[in-house]
Design a binder for this molecule. Structure first.
Ligand code: BES
Ligand code: ZN
Length: 451
């Protein structure tokens, strides 16, 4: 496949141009960058030789669509990716600026390098290369790329739920996950779901002097602390009635396979998580804790006085951003109702609490015996020269549950990120050998599927 090798420099230049667009979906001041990134992807699809490369406008950021349907009788694959990225802060911790891609060794550093611009570009280049060298594709292909994955993906969900014919496919293929270790071809067969929301707590009508009224006035910040500690015990067990009832334990086979993965807990603790101690439910292994157990975390608390020095105040209000990650077979709406009920029950006297949902996504599990998964394992094996491992991941990709629910199709998660890619963190990177190999693996996959 020398075409793919001959074009590496061009692939890299294109990726850099894509990475220079700060398409941060959660910050409204980047709306113009979101649009530029959507147009960049659309043009890329058109240049790759796809038909009908177009933007789909709706409520939210544009979706990008393209298709090639010239293989009657062959399966149709739906490629998904996202062109939006997370905010880059804290900026001072980046070695090079987040939106000026920099090559260091075999890595490219920029926000979105791995999640998901580099991986999305793999899909585009694989199809482009096949069309350029063979003039056709072995199977039918659709692209559906979104620009609000990092904020919950409402637009694409509505589009898929609408039954639009552009979503008709036999399987989805997504490069937005990680390999378990460098050079270890990996398919992710399980993702966690999520419920993310804001907890608004109100105490007195106005801020109060903490000396004059301390002892009688309810304190919304203290209330948040009380609620959080009531919801999860010191060993990491979630104390929400009924919450874990539907958690499906991994099968004995799956647990066996996880034990065979090259995983060293000490190294994981020291080099990857970089903590003095791993926490969480002691009766489960670390992989089980991140792949097969729900979480409850607070991401930020605002309220009261955070300026320099001391101010003796009992704030009138406080807000906490809270999420829970869900695993199969938990239902996001049911889990959220249980969470909110537990928050109300744990709220101390004198405060009122209000929960505002930000987004929800269902957990997902794909059958490792599915023919589309098997074919992907084979293509990866051929490309990397090693057997493919099946893992799960603790992260969420909301569309996977949506495809499952509305299209009844499996999602093949063949990711090329690495555990040290710094997703959502400073110094995000993508390992370029994985970029190039990913392109070949996806091209090979389409050939395997074409038979
Ligand atoms: N690509 C990630 C999810 C991911 C990361 C899966 C690593 C497997 C391994 C995705 O872009 C992401 O971060 N999703 C968000 C979704 C949320 C905002 C609904 C997440 O998991 O926080
Ligand atoms: Zn992603």
């Amino acid at each position: 496949m020398s075409y793919f090798e001959d074009n590496r420099d061009r692939y890299l230049e294109e990726l850099k141009a894509f990475l220079r667009i700060p398409s941060i979906s959660t910050l409204s001041e980047h709306a113009a960058d979101i649009r530029r990134a959507s147009e960049f992807v659309r043009a890329g699809l058109e240049k790759a030789g796809l038909e009908r490369a177009e933007l789909i406008e709706g409520d939210g950021n544009p979706l990008v669509y393209g298709q090639w349907l010239g293989a009657p009788g062959k399966p149709t694959v739906l490629f998904y990716g996202h062109y939006d990225v997370q905010p880059p802060d804290p900026l001072e911790e980046w070695t090079s600026p987040p939106f000026e891609p920099e090559l260091r060794g075999e890595d490219i550093f920029a926000r979105g390098a791995s999640d998901d611009k580099g991986q999305l570009w793999i899909l585009v280049k694989a199809v482009e290369g096949l069309l350029a060298t063979r003039g056709s594709l072995p199977v039918n292909v659709r692209f559906l790329i979104e620009g609000e994955e990092e904020t919950g993906g409402e637009h694409i969900e509505a589009f898929v739920a609408s039954g639009d014919p552009r979503t008709k496919a036999d399987a989805a293929v997504i490069c937005d996950t990680e390999m378990f270790a460098p050079n270890l071809p990996t398919i992710c067969v399980g993702l966690r779901g999520i419920v993310y929301g804001e907890l608004h707590v109100r105490g007195a009508e106005q801020d109060l002097h903490s000396g004059v009224y301390g002892g009688v006035a309810p304190n919304p910040l203290n209330a948040i602390a009380e609620i959080l500690t009531a919801l999860k015990d010191r060993d990491g067990h979630i104390r929400i009635p009924g919450f874990c009832d539907k958690v499906r334990p991994p099968t004995a086979e799956e647990l066996e396979a996880w034990k065979r993965l090259p995983f060293d807990e000490e190294e994981y603790r020291k080099k990857e998580v970089r903590v003095s101690e791993l926490v969480g439910e002691p009766e489960y292994s670390p992989l089980e804790r991140v792949w097969a157990r729900p979480t409850l975390d607070c991401h930020g608390i605002t309220g009261g006085f955070t300026g320099e020095g001391a101010k003796t105040v009992i704030p009138a209000r406080a807000t906490a951003k809270i999420s829970t990650r869900l695993v199969a077979d938990q239902d996001p709406e049911e889990a959220e109702a249980q969470l909110v009920a537990a928050i109300r029950a744990a709220a101390p006297r004198g405060v009122s609490v209000e929960w505002k949902t930000i987004h929800r996504a269902a957990p997902s599990l794909v059958d490792t015996g599915d023919p589309f998964v098997r074919a992907a394992a084979r293509a990866l094996e051929e490309t990397f020269g090693k057997p493919t491992v099946f893992i799960r991941s603790g992260g969420s990709i909301p569309i996977v549950g949506v495809f499952d629910q509305h299209l009844r199709i499996p999602s093949v998660l063949m990711g090329f990120g690495l555990p040290d890619d710094n997703l959502h963190a400073p110094n995000e990177k993508f390992h370029l050998p994985n970029f190039y190999r990913g392109i070949q693996a996806v091209a090979r996959y389409l050939e395997v599927l074409g038979g």
